[in-house]
Design a protein around this ligand. Structure first.
Ligand SMILES: NC(=O)c1ccc[n+]([C@@H]2O[C@H](COP(=O)([O-])OP(=O)(O)OC[C@H]3O[C@@H](n4cnc5c(N)ncnc54)[C@H](O)[C@@H]3O)[C@@H](O)[C@H]2O)c1
Length: 457
């Protein structure tokens, strides 16, 4: 009797462990639309070089009006058209250009779809989109259909439907569709990428990125408080791209590796409902977005990424940016630090038994690894024009430089897809008890066509 009982237990345990190990149905899959016949990938896409990039800017709030200011410093960039639903915002940007004695752009405003007029203009090569999130993909899709390249603020797409639509439209129209992810151009990230690409950290096997930014003082600054409103209605990591973008370049995502699976977990929304009620004078009992959302992603080459989102708590600003390699380590926050394996015993400190390069020692180490795109002239101009310390100017510079020379852009529509998909896929995971979710191969089979991330020069 006892033996029979034990045998039953053993059989049950075997059945359970067998299920856990092998049952692939535990992973949630989303639809991957087949690439339409006759359509090709846009990896390495180039377009005809152009002497001057004629730009139409849509959305002239905090970010868009700053973009207009920055673009006035870029040789070869000319703003020919402006659009904001609010006429005074379009007029403010127009006045800036005219007062600088530059040129007279044509303005569109007043209607929800006034941007259609801008997209139809023959004197616009690039539509630069800085509206609230809900308008990003509709404007970009329409602009590409009108034969324009598009550059879209972060996050460029909010869900898988928008992502696949942007991919298919870019592939079919052969137009560039780039997300304006500026953090890949911050000085530390450019430098650390050059260090990683030199092999200093060995093989990068894990990386972390985040967006910790207490937005409570800023919710009212957004047009009709669109951002808090969106957070109140959606669960998941709603702003993953600043954290994930720079580390994906170091991990060569869709340039030799690709995401396979993602799992996510969030806290309850402790702060959001209070912020909402304080501003709207009524409670929001069904506020969706948790104060903290964590996402883990695994790649086909066995690497892992940790991505975090917290725009609610008083935690200090932090994009994490950590690269963990077999031979070394780089971290940007809370202070710049590096660790190298070979120095472990020679200069071990007492607490962690590792050599930490920080302060002047870090600067000395960094000095040997300058990014190939960061010429002294570009660095000086970026620091003078500014925009998050200069990275925004470097982003605009690279976009305009590559378009003028007819080179592939630094970021393509598959980067956009991989970095934005975290929002929708983290939501799916969370809503299903933190279940693993398959990350689609947005390149549809071409993720290892390119060997490593490189800039076109
Ligand atoms: N990359 C970064 O560091 C960074 C920083 C801040 C904001 N952003 C992004 O920039 C975008 C804009 O943010 P913001 O802070 O400027 O917000 P904002 O609210 O100040 O500006 C949004 C603008 O869009 C306009 N708009 C809304 N509907 C429109 C329509 N149908 N047609 C034309 N214009 C319309 C509004 O009138 C407003 O001027 C967002 O996607 C945000 O996530 C990025």
């Amino acid at each position: 009797m006892k033996i029979k009982y034990l045998a039953l237990i053993a059989a049950a345990v075997a059945a359970i462990s067998c299920n856990c190990k092998n049952d692939k149905s535990l992973v949630i899959k989303t639809d991957v639309p087949a690439r339409p016949a006759g359509q090709e990938s846009v990896i390495g896409l180039t377009a005809e070089p152009m002497d001057t990039v004629r730009i139409g800017v849509v959305g002239l709030g905090m970010r868009g009006s700053e973009a207009v200011r920055r673009l006035t410093y870029l040789p070869g960039a000319k703003i020919t058209a402006l659009c904001d639903i609010e006429a005074d915002r379009a007029e403010g940007a127009r006045k800036l250009l005219v007062d600088k004695g530059m040129y007279e752009p044509v303005c569109f405003s007043g209607e929800q779809e006034s941007w259609k007029g801008l997209c139809q203009r023959e004197d616009v090569d690039l539509v630069y989109i800085c509206t609230d999130w809900l308008n990003h993909a509709p404007i970009a899709l329409y602009a590409m259909e009108q034969g324009k390249h598009v550059a879209i603020e972060v996050p460029a797409a909010l869900n898988l439907e928008e992502i696949w639509a942007l991919i298919n439209t870019s592939e079919r129209t052969r137009k560039h569709c780039m997300m304006l992810e500026n953090c890949v151009y911050d000085f530390f990230e450019l430098n650390a990428l050059a260090m990683a690409q030199s092999g200093l950290f060995g093989e990068i096997i894990h990386a972390e990125g985040s967006y910790h930014h207490n937005l409570d003082p800023f919710w009212d600054e957004y047009w009709h408080s669109w951002r808090l409103d969106y957070n109140s209605k959606h669960r998941g990591d709603l702003y993953p791209t600043h954290g994930i973008g720079p580390i994906c370049q170091a991990l060569n995502i869709h340039r030799g590796d690709r995401f396979t699976t993602l799992v996510a977990m969030d806290t309850d929304p402790f702060t959001g409902p209070k912020s909402y009620e304080a501003r709207n004078g009524k409670p929001c009992p069904d506020f969706k977005n948790g104060d903290e959302t964590c996402t883990l992603i695994r790649t086909i080459k066995g690497k892992s990424l940790l991505i975090e989102h917290d725009v609610m708590t008083p935690r200090p600003y932090n994009r994490m940016y950590q690269l963990v390699g077999t031979e070394g380590y780089a971290a940007k926050y809370p202070v710049n630090q590096f660790c190298l394996k070979e120095k472990l015993t020679a200069e071990a400190n007492e607490i962690g038994h590792e050599t930490v390069y920080s302060g002047d020692k870090a600067k000395e180490l960094q000095a040997g690894y300058r990014s190939v795109i960061l010429t002294p002239e570009l660095e000086e101009a970026a620091k003078m024009v500014g925009g998050h310390g200069g990275m925004d100017f470097i982003m605009d510079y690279r976009l305009v430089y590559c378009l003028r020379k007819g080179l592939p852009l630094d970021m393509d529509v598959y980067d956009l897809a991989e970095w934005c998909c975290v929002s929708d896929l983290s939501r799916i995971s969370i809503e299903n008890g933190c279940a693993p979710v398959e990350v689609p191969d947005f390149t549809r089979g071409e993720w290892d066509k390119v060997d490593g991330f490189k800039y076109a020069l």
